[in-house]
Every structure is written in structure tokens, then in C-alpha cells.
Design a protein around this ligand. Structure first.
Ligand SMILES: Cc1ncc(COP(=O)(O)O)c(C=O)c1O
Length: 363
């Protein structure tokens, strides 16, 4: 079966480095908040161009702690997209804030930035764009709107490590960028992990406190915090992969270009982004009117595919309390009916892309 990602295959190239980096940690006797996490934070800050990076336990925690440090609390409205992984919205709800959805652009699947201003009220405190599937959202307009209305911007970069707009990396535009190192992400750990990139010194200090029980050490607790630290073993693994992230993302882009070349005119291919946009193709997601039939056919031919996401967030059972109904966000709902993500990873062979494209074209 062709998998969606092949992490065993990736390990073949980096096994020695990973094992030696992990061995360093095990032999160091320091497993939480040690040298590897510190080095990883330094390197990711430098890589993304943000002033600070604080490693945390997951992408969900990154969002939760960033929103909290940005001062989001009960009753505050946070504008976001209904076409995302559920945890984008969970993080808002953890703080008893209110997610206010804006529909998506059909070609990029990202929040429609031109529709945001209409949803801004006196209670709006933040905008939370998601760079979905690795395609940067329209940060230029989002930052303009935030400046005009005095709003915070928290970027969900869980799927966009390395993506950029006019040379500026996602995660360096807003007040905070929230990354996930879930194993299948473009930069993936061998367990859970996350990171917040931040430009403001005080906000970075606050997130450092929040991830460690509100303490800077010495059993003095300045605020109520959480246990949300990236561990040293994960940092050791991530450091090895971080050295190769540009190569990994370049290879993904090349696979995506090949898919699009072979599929153009047959199905709706994902927008590669306009000039100046570097997509990192965490997913290669097409639209197909016979999506479920195509998925089944691929399965019969031993090819994995996934529906990200079958139900938009506003229609999830857990969101029923908000009273949204079908038709509220038609583009997100249509995308949920039509999308299909095809296998994409740096090690995927071109011949396999060609074979998959041939199956898709046959429908
Ligand atoms: C868009 C998006 N936001 C948030 C998350 C949450 O990250 P994690 O699974 O590391 O908590 C994920 C991934 O899982 C994601 O894809």
C-alpha cells in the first residue's frame, strides 16, 4: 500500500544521526528543559525569523498558551476558519473565548481575508488564520486589518513549517506562530511536540512561564501555568530533521508540481500560490466531484488517500452548542464534500506519483 507519509523510509537516511543525538540525551541525564531544547529554540527562532521560540508539548498547547499569553479570555471573539483541524478551535474554547468563523477561499482553502472585516465587532480580540495544508494565508491583509482594529494575530502554523510569503516565514508575521511536530508533519518528532514563535519579549517570557507551571524555576510560581514542555529526546530528533527541512520541503514542492502537471485539466489541483508564495505542501489536496468513489478506487489499487476534513468545524457534533447549521459557511462545506489528499512526502518516487495520477485521471 502506498502510504500518506513514509517515516520508516525517512529514517533510513538519518538513522545514525538520530540515534546518536538521542543517545547524547539519554547519557546526559537531563531529560526536561536542557541543552537540546535550548538549541532547538535558538535554531527555530533563527530559521523562522521570529525574535523568540518557545518549545511546548504539542501544537494544540502552542495555540492555547499563545492565545492565553495574548490576553484572550472569556467572551472575547477570535476570528478563524471553519476548515481546519479541530484543535485550532479547541484552543479558543479552552479559554472560554468565542470562535467567530469566516468562510474560506475555494482555491487555497485558507480563510477568505476579504471577508474578515465584516465579522469584526467591539468584542473581537484576535484573528487566528491557519496556513492550511502548508499554503500561507493572506498575511499582508490580515496584519493590516489587525493594525487598523487593534487585534492580536495568532498564526496556526501546524502545517506550514518553512512556508513563506515574499521571503518572510509563516510564524513571523503575527504576535505568535504556533507549530506542531506531530510525527506526520513536515517537521515531525517521534511523539508529540510543538513550538510558539514570538516577536514580543514580554509575551515570550509569559509563554515560558505558562509551559512550566507558571514558574521560572526555584519552585516560585508567578502565575497559574501548565505542564507543557517539549522533552529533550524529541528536541534531539527535531534538530536532526531541522537541518534538512528545506530539502524536504523542496522535494514536496517538486512532487506537487508533478501531480499538478499530470492532473491539470482533469481535477481541481491545489493552488501553488501566487508569485512570492512558498507553499510547503504538507498535503496535496485535490477536489473531485466523485471523491468517495475515487478514494475507494485508490484503495483497491493499494494507494492511501485521506479526507482532510470531512466535517467543517462549525458542524462538528462538539460544536452543536454554538447553533451553527448547514449553509452557514458554504465554501468550507463544499470543500468537505470534495477534498481528497493524495500521498505526498519527500521520498515519494516520481513513478508512484505518475501511477497515482493515472488512477485519478481514469475517473
Ligand atoms: C491545523 C492544525 N492545527 C493544530 C494542530 C494541533 O497540533 P497537535 O496535534 O500537535 O496538538 C494540528 C495538527 O495536529 C493541525 O493540523
Amino acid at each position: 500500500m502506498v502510504p500518506m507519509v513514509d517515516l520508516k523510509r525517512q529514517l533510513e537516511d538519518i538513522r545514525d544521526e538520530v540515534l546518536s543525538s538521542v543517545r547524547d540525551v539519554i547519557e546526559s541525564g537531563q531529560y526536561i528543559l536542557g541543552k537540546k531544547v535550548e538549541e532547538f529554540e535558538g535554531r527555530t527562532a533563527e530559521y523562522t525569523g521570529a525574535a523568540h521560540a518557545v518549545a511546548v508539548a504539542s501544537g494544540t498547547d502552542a495555540l492555547h498558551l499563545a492565545l492565553k499569553a495574548a490576553g484572550i479570555g472569556p467572551g472575547d471573539e477570535v476570528i478563524t476558519t471553519p476548515f481546519t483541524f479541530f484543535s485550532t478551535v479547541e484552543a479558543i474554547l479552552y479559554l472560554r473565548a468565542v470562535p467567530v468563523f469566516v468562510d474560506i477561499e475555494p482555491d487555497t482553502f485558507n480563510i477568505d481575508s476579504n471577508a474578515i472585516e465584516r465579522r469584526i465587532t467591539s468584542r473581537t480580540k484576535a484573528i487566528l488564520p491557519v496556513h492550511i495544508f502548508g499554503c500561507p494565508a493572506d498575511m499582508e491583509l490580515i496584519m493590516q486589518l489587525a493594525g487598523k482594529h487593534g487585534l492580536k494575530v495568532i498564526e496556526d502554523c501546524a502545517q506550514s513549517f518553512g512556508a513563506s510569503l515574499y521571503g518572510k516565514k509563516t510564524g513571523s508575521f503575527g504576535d505568535a506562530g504556533c507549530f506542531s511536530f506531530y510525527p506526520s508533519k513536515n517537521l515531525g518528532a517521534y511523539g508529540d511536540g510543538g513550538l510558539v514563535t514570538i516577536n514580543d519579549d514580554a509575551m515570550a517570557s509569559q509563554i515560558r512561564l505558562l509551559r512550566n507551571h507558571g514558574s521560572a524555576g526555584g519552585y516560585i510560581h508567578n502565575t497559574l501555568g501548565f505542564n507543557s514542555r517539549l522533552d529533550e529526546v524529541q528536541a534531539a530528533i527535531l534538530l536532526v530533521k531541522l537541518r534538512r527541512i528545506d530539502e524536504y520541503n523542496d522535494k514536496r514542492r517538486r512532487k506537487a508540481a508533478l501531480y499538478s502537471e499530470l492532473l491539470a485539466g482533469h481535477v481541481a489541483c491545489p493552488a501553488a500560490g501566487s508569485e512570492g508564495i512558498q507553499h510547503v505542501f504538507h498535503q496535496y489536496t485535490i477536489r473531485h466531484p466523485k471523491r468517495d468513489y475515487l478514494k475507494e478506487l485508490l484503495r483497491e489499487k493499494q494507494v492511501s488517500s485521506m479526507v482532510y476534513y470531512p466535517i467543517p468545524v462549525h458542524l462538528q457534533p462538539a460544536m452543536a452548542f454554538m447553533g451553527h447549521k448547514e449553509g452557514d459557511f458554504p465554501e468550507a462545506e463544499k470543500a468537505a464534500r470534495q477534498v481528497l489528499s493524495l500521498p505526498i512526502y519527500p521520498e515519494l518516487e516520481n513513478s508512484v506519483v505518475e501511477m497515482i495520477a493515472e488512477i485519478v485521471r481514469s475517473v
